[in-house]
Design a protein around this ligand. Structure first.
Ligand SMILES: [Zn+2]
Length: 272
């Protein structure tokens, strides 16, 4: 069994200067592909360096809605800078971008313009979008519609509402689930409702450690706990969830399904 952690932040200080040990533990747990997602353009450079030097690691380029400048339009990420940041073949998506009206760290209008700018570059480059949406379902749905099929994307760390999932799936976007699927408040019907082929597994580490690791630093190896929880909710074998989400991630990110350079044998004692 092999898994893809489709969203984590290996460049986060929580992993120290060298996340190699976390990558090794992930590999030992069968999590043989990791997408390290950038929070801003400096972070994109760091993530690319990591992806270039570690087999099985890829990266993204983009500016998190928390990091969108409060100085207005002129300070938004320049499309050229974004294009440059995503030019390397190890960079396989644009983001994370999106809307966060819970923290409102940047003016909403600036967040929206940043999101649409990311979508433009995604449409141009053919790379998919990685989207964060919190307390912003209506405007996220509007932005997805505005992409009008020109760009595709994933609503990462998806926790609802169901109507937003419907909007996303209608236009061929995906959702992805984190360790929140193991939390008591999580709306399990979302996991039951999503068709195979329309969702991925992620950790969003170092944040959101799943039960039974809750309260500790999260890491890509724990994608296995997320997969197990999703399998339990869907009433499917975890091997089926692993195989289906592997194929979905391959298609979404344009990764070779065979993952020649990253394939490892199923570790001894790994749950089937
Ligand atoms: Zn994230």
């Amino acid at each position: 069994m092999r898994l893809t952690d489709s969203h984590c932040h290996l460049t986060d200080g929580a992993f120290g200067d060298d996340p190699r040990a976390a990558i090794d533990r992930a590999r030992a747990a069968g999590v043989v592909r990791i997408v390290s997602v950038a929070s801003d353009l400096d972070d994109a450079v760091a993530a690319l360096r990591l992806a270039r030097t570690h087999d099985g690691v890829w990266c993204t380029a983009g500016v998190h809605p928390h990091a969108v400048s409060t100085n207005g339009a002129s300070a938004l990420v320049a499309p050229d800078a974004l294009r440059e940041a995503c030019a390397d073949p190890r960079c396989i998506a644009i983001g994370e971008t999106g809307l966060d009206y819970y923290y409102d760290n940047a003016p909403r209008d600036a967040q929206r313009r940043s999101f649409l700018r990311h979508a433009e570059v995604a449409a141009e480059t053919g790379l998919p979008l990685v989207v964060h949406s919190r307390d912003a379902a209506e405007d996220t749905a509007a932005a997805i519609r505005e992409c009008d099929g020109a760009a595709t994307g994933v609503l990462h760390c998806f926790t609802g509402p169901p109507a937003l999932m419907e909007t996303a799936l209608d236009v061929g976007w995906l959702v992805s689930f984190t360790g929140t699927v193991t939390f008591r408040w999580f709306e399990a019907d979302l996991v039951r409702a999503v068709p195979a082929g329309s969702y991925m597994i992620e950790t969003d580490s170092p944040y959101l450690a799943p039960v039974p690791r809750r309260g500790r630093r999260n890491e890509p190896a724990f994608a296995l706990h997320v997969a197990k929880a999703v399998a339990r909710i869907r009433g499917e074998p975890v091997a089926q969830v692993a195989a289906e989400t592997w194929d979905t991630a391959s298609r979404f990110f344009g990764l070779p399904a065979a993952a020649r350079r990253t394939e490892v044998a199923c570790p001894q004692g790994a749950p089937a």
